[in-house]
Design a protein around this ligand. Structure first.
Ligand code: DSN
Length: 424
């Protein structure tokens, strides 16, 4: 595969799309990405994502496909499975889910019948759409009870989880979150699940990279199923994985294909294999530690600027800023930061009275900028720039100054690691 010739071809054959991709590259180069669920993949992962395996149909699993010509996609899927099992010390793995929601759906379908009850974390307290939101298939097909965080500590309310489990006897419990800044006690969820005979699914999409390196406790020993996306702290291509115990392998595989997916995206499976090798390296372990240290530096800086953080800080890669004491909405602050070149997302905070399109908070995360090489001093500087914007929401001179500082930081940490010389 020649990055050079393929990109020259794209430029000549479709200048319109070439130009749009070039602009997206520039956006990724010239802004500070603090979206907690995003990252920059390495050049090798990017190369594998764009490989010829995109041409291949491969319904089935290695050694058991419906079409011929699968010898090389079999080989790459086997490598991906072996590496991810090694990384998480898991019995079995399915590396075909296109997304975290599909991974979760396959587990729900393989363990529950429509109308059965399961328990998950309330979306507005940090959970995920696929953990039983009424607008997601998980909340449409099943009866859902939820648990949240306590009002005083904003940490998981285990009393509520125990109480709801006892009262509703869910057949499955999902633990894991997409906006929760604290360590999750998976063993405690196991106890709750055991007390009512429920299956335990840990969705570690956000923290997979931290779990892989031992920087967050692993749910693998105590869970029946573990799902995660591969593109957040794990720093791989867009997609997901399901880990399970040996007994569940057949059912999980059946519900991914033919249950809810058709042909797997074999170019993505190849890129997952490359990312899993990177995650097994000592360098990745150092990266995970820096992700957490940088998040904590950012959190402390924001607090020193009078900003309130949900739960008072962070143990992982993300934090939620509660803007209610500033009388500002998440939407307005996220838009103003974006104008300054700092990209994050508006996010509801626990017990928020504003709609998800407005919100009272923003969510910030350190994985992408840590990949870019930023360290403690940079995160302190960025925290102060965020504080400056929030304290001066209507001041265009402050906006211009922050834009200048963002440009300086971006120039100091080029994303050259993403490019071949002629890449768009
Ligand atoms: N959209 C993802 C996130 O930002 O956390 C969750 O699927």
């Amino acid at each position: 595969m020649s990055g050079k010739s393929s990109n020259v071809l794209l430029k000549n054959s479709d200048p319109e799309v070439f130009d749009i991709i070039r602009k997206e590259n520039e956006r990724q180069e010239n802004t500070l990405i603090l979206i907690a669920s995003e990252n920059y993949v390495s050049q090798p992962v990017l190369e594998a994502s764009g490989c010829t395996m995109t041409n291949k149909y491969a319904e089935g699993y290695p050694g058991k496909r419906y079409y011929n010509g699968c010898q090389w996609v079999d080989a790459v899927e086997t490598v991906a499975i072996d590496r991810i099992k090694q990384l998480f010390k898991a019995d079995v793995a399915n590396v075909q889910p296109h997304s975290g929601t599909q991974a979760n759906m396959a587990v729900l379908l393989s363990t529950l019948s429509p109308g059965d009850c399961f328990m998950g974390m309330n979306l507005s307290h940090g959970g995920h759409l696929s953990h039983g939101s009424p607008v997601n298939i998980s909340g449409i097909y099943y009866k859902v009870v939820s648990y949240g965080v306590t009002k005083d500590t904003n940490r998981i309310d285990f009393d509520e989880a125990w109480k709801n489990a006892k009262e509703h006897k869910p057949k499955l419990i999902i633990c894991g979150a997409s906006a929760y800044p604290r360590t999750i006690d998976f063993a405690k969820f196991r106890e709750i699940a055991d007390s009512v005979g429920a299956v335990l699914l840990a969705d570690i999409a956000h923290i997979a990279g931290l779990v892989a390196t031992g920087d967050h406790p692993s749910p693998v020993p105590v869970s029946d199923y573990v799902t995660f996306t591969t593109h957040k702290t794990l720093r791989g291509p867009r997609g997901a994985v399901i880990l399970s115990k040996l007994d569940h392998e057949k059912a999980v595989n059946k519900f991914i294909f033919p249950g809810i997916q058709g042909g797997p995206l074999m170019h993505t499976v190849a890129a997952k294999a490359v990312a899993f090798k990177e995650a097994l390296s000592p360098g990745f372990s150092a990266y995970s530690k820096r992700v957490i240290a940088n998040a904590q530096t950012l959190a402390e800086t924001l607090q020193s600027r009078g900003l309130a953080l949900v739960s008072g800080g962070t143990d992982n890669h993300l934090m939620l800023v509660d803007l209610r004491n500033k009388n500002l909405t998440g939407r307005d602050v996220a838009n103003r930061l974006d104008a300054a070149g700092i990209t994050c997302n508006k996010n509801g905070v626990p017990f928020d009275d504003k709609s998800p399109m407005v919100t009272s908070g923003i969510r910030l995360g350190s994985p992408a900028l840590t990949t870019r090489g930023l360290g403690a001093d940079d995160f302190t500087r960025i925290g102060n720039l965020i504080g400056d914007i929030i304290d001066n929401m209507n001041d265009d001179a402050v906006l211009a100054r922050v834009q200048g500082a963002v440009a300086e930081i971006c120039a100091a940490y080029p994303t050259a690691f993403l490019r071949l010389p002629e890449r768009v």
